[in-house]
Design a protein around this ligand. Structure first.
Ligand code: C2E
Ligand code: MG
Ligand code: MG
Length: 704
């Protein structure tokens, strides 16, 4: 055995029509460890080759059916099939013809060698070994070439091979041609500068630099494809020598997907998912930049904190889906009124912030706030609902109110809270006094714990007067119970300050129950004293209405006090009644069935869908004092009030105008046939001790 490796032995096909020759040859070959196949003629040989795939053929020249030359020619003309290479199988001729012509003919037919007959066996074996070894090397090379070609073609990265000397494209794979948006075939042989990307990166210069360094660092290149979309790749290049040429191989890794993902993550980290607006993080960053810029060019930065006035009610009663839809629309309207340089952001919930830079003073910020408030005015259409939400805006300015983002945000927050207190739909600039108020507010928040148990709450009552009847006369028809907190050190505190705190801490239900019981007991006591009877009106908060088992609370208050139900009126705010679901209607009807009166407070500020007026079992509407305030100097407001009064009459609803402060307002309301009024002009809210005198008519009405 002369073979060194232990793979399958080489297979040799011996073709000879002389069995004696065959016998000798086969013995020798087998003796040397080869696997031997035989064929007795050319035709048989052609047949066997197709399925036996020998590594070498020993071919006799003189054969009866098909001579060796012809057999070889036919072999060599075989198409390469998938396993390749029938025609690459080396053929050694064995011939008795020793003339040169025959040898030439043997090589011309495609043979690799020619041995004379009778042959010297050692020589033949040596030639067989040599050609098998050659064949092996050839096969290995071919295999390796196929493998590398495959690697090249199927590589995930684009690969471009350039000739460093003349700057032409030697080769490129499919990925590369796709990245470059060029046909691969057309690019082979093209020059450096015919490839815009390479040209743009410096053309010849990058190749020279690469040639000098041998290898380039990872770099990122980007360009636009034919449609103008960005293509971004990571590039690595090396040089290597092939034959006498220096080649440069550029590998392009497509990183568009990665870039997109990175951008998405970055966007998600910096934006609010619902509205797509910048979030707190991005806002703070932009604000820092804006402050730095303002410091340089001595301008001012305005920070506007916007809070929606009725949002909580919408979410509570109509659900998050509607709430989300509303927030999206609010953000769209915000975008609509802002300049390119302003940054709108959402901090969460219904809080939005606008960072406005390049301002010259507070007036600019106020103008912007005004524009925003106006943009929020038209009703929002969400899923078939017409929603009206006012907004309250607090404004702080760099440098006057703070020199860093958090200080400005804090100041704007304080101002916003004050804007809310001032009445909805307004803005307020931060001042130092407000900051004091904010601190006080936090202190109050602590003090509020246990205030009800300690008996610190009291009720004041504001009389309501009936205008129809005797001209220029008015008599008390009811009184609204208004909650006050007698703070041990701060004195009497108004509800606007602490009711939001109670709601925040979830104490409004229990406090509201106390108000109901106290108001009913008080009214029953006045009636027991023989005073003229009047309704007592109690305000209900949304929390009480939806979470407080309000029907039971009212029944208990009536039962405990013995007050007849028609002398109790419940004031529902408009924002609360917007939810005309079955739940709201059911509660209202249960209350109605008990015999108590229902009125709609602050009419006109919230959901002006007049449909509610017909659907709900109401007795009275209370025209909001913001309308009353403007009836004298604003003709359209005056017209609205007249219309509300007409509408109420048509729907057989009673009507109270709130916040009447002047004689002009009173005169207008009288002329418009407003049945009842309530306001400072007649009486401020007074404590319970003052009421008997009012009820018995002993108090002279200046305004009557
Ligand atoms: P409201 O129900 O609209 O009450 C009327 C408010 O207008 C009262 O403020 C009253 O003092 C004020 N007012 C009356 N006449 C005039 C006027 O001529 N001019 C002006 N500028 N204001 C006038 P108050 O007592 O500060 O109450 C504010 C709000 O707090 C009330 O608005 C009501 O929504 C709420 N509230 C008060 N007490 C309670 C309560 O026991 N429970 C609930 N849930 N809310 C209450
Ligand atoms: Mg009220
Ligand atoms: Mg009111």
């Amino acid at each position: 055995m002369s073979r060194e490796d232990n793979s399958a032995p080489p297979r040799i096909l011996v073709v000879d029509d002389n069995p004696a020759n065959l016998g000798v040859l086969v013995d020798h070959l087998e003796h040397h460890g080869y696997e031997v196949l035989v064929a007795l003629g050319g035709l048989e040989a052609l047949d066997r080759v197709a399925y036996a795939r020998p590594d070498l053929i020993l071919l006799d020249v003189m054969m009866p059916d098909l001579d060796g030359f012809e057999t070889c020619r036919r072999l060599k003309s075989r198409e390469n099939d998938t396993d390749g290479c029938i025609r690459d199988i080396p053929v050694i001729f064995m011939t008795a013809l020793t003339d040169v012509d025959s040898k030439v003919a043997a090589f011309a037919a495609g043979g690799v060698d020619c041995v004379g007959k009778p042959f010297q066996i050692e020589e033949l074996m040596a030639r067989v070994r040599t050609h098998l070894a050659l064949r092996r090397t050839q096969m290995d090379l071919h295999e390796s070439e196929v493998r590398h070609r495959r690697l090249f073609e199927t590589a995930g990265d684009g690969i471009l091979v350039l000739d460093c000397d003349d700057g032409t494209v030697v080769d490129l794979n499919l990925q590369c041609s796709q990245l470059l948006g060029r046909d691969a075939a057309a690019m082979r042989g093209a020059g450096l500068n015919d490839i815009p990307v390479l040209h743009a990166q410096g053309g010849r210069a990058i190749v020279d630099a690469l040639r000098a360094a041998g290898q380039m660092k990872w770099d990122e290149w980007s360009w636009q494809d034919a449609d103008g979309a960005p293509v971004c790749v990571e590039v690595l290049a090396t040089t290597y020598r092939s034959k006498d040429r220096l080649l440069a191989q550029y590998t392009f890794r497509d990183i568009r997907a990665r870039k997109d993902a990175e951008a998405r993550v970055r966007h998600m980290a910096l934006h609010d998912a619902l509205t797509g607006l910048p979030n707190r993080t991005l806002l703070m960053d932009r604000l820092t930049q804006a402050i730095a810029q303002a410091r340089r060019d001595h301008s001012q930065v305005g920070l506007l904190l916007l809070d929606l006035d009725h949002f909580k009610h919408i979410n509570d009663s109509l659900g998050h889906f509607i709430g989300d839809g509303l927030l999206e629309q609010v953000s769209q309207r915000l975008r609509g009124v802002l300049r390119e340089v302003d940054t709108p952001a959402r901090l969460g919930g219904d809080e939005f912030v606008i960072a406005a830079c390049g301002l010259t003073g507070p007036a600019d910020a106020e103008a912007l706030a005004q524009r925003i408030l106006e943009a929020m005015e038209p009703a929002f259409k969400v899923d078939g609902y017409d929603l009206r939400v006012g907004a309250s805006i607090g404004i702080s300015l760099y440098p006057s109110d703070g020199d860093n983002p958090s200080a400005l945000l804090q100041a704007a927050d304080t101002a916003m809270y004050q804007a809310k207190k001032k009445g909805r739909g307004t803005y307020r600039l931060f001042t130092r006094d407000l900051s004091m108020a904010a601190e006080r507010w936090h202190a109050l928040s602590n003090d509020l714990h246990g205030a009800c148990e300690r008996g610190e709450f009291i009720l004041h009552y504001q009389p309501q007067y009936r205008l129809d009847g005797i001209p220029n006369q008015a008599c008390v028809s009811g009184m609204e119970a208004l909650l006050r907190w007698r703070h041990p050190t701060e004195g009497l505190i108004e509800p606007g300050l602490f009711i939001p705190l109670l709601e925040e801490h979830g104490r409004m239900v229990e406090t509201g129950r106390w108000v109901l019981r106290t108001a009913c007991a008080q009214n029953a006591a006045w009636q027991a004293q023989g005073l003229p009877k009047a309704r007592v009106a109690v305000n209900l908060s949304a929390q009480q209405f939806y979470r407080g088992d309000i029907v039971r609370a009212v029944r208990e208050a009536l039962d405990e006090s013995g007050l007849a139900p028609q002398w109790l009126e419940l004031e529902l705010t408009e924002s609360l009644t917007l939810d005309d679901t079955e739940v709201t209607l059911k509660i209202m009807h249960e209350l109605k069935a008990m015999g108590v009166k229902l009125s709609l407070d602050d009419f006109g500020t919230g959901w002006s869908s007049l449909a509610y007026l017909k659907r709900f079992p109401l007795d009275r509407i209370k025209i909001d004092r913001s309308f009353v305030r403007d009836i004298i100097n604003d003709a359209s407001t005056a017209a609205i009030v007249k219309n509300i009064l007409d509408l109420a009459r048509l729907l057989h609803l009673d009507c109270v105008a709130e916040g009447v402060e002047t004689h002009e307002q009173l005169r207008y309301l009288r002329e418009s046939h407003c049945p009842e009024i309530q306001g400072f002009l007649f009486s401020r809210p007074i404590d319970a001790e003052g009421i008997p005198a009012v009820l018995s008519g002993q108090v002279q009405l200046a305004a009557a």
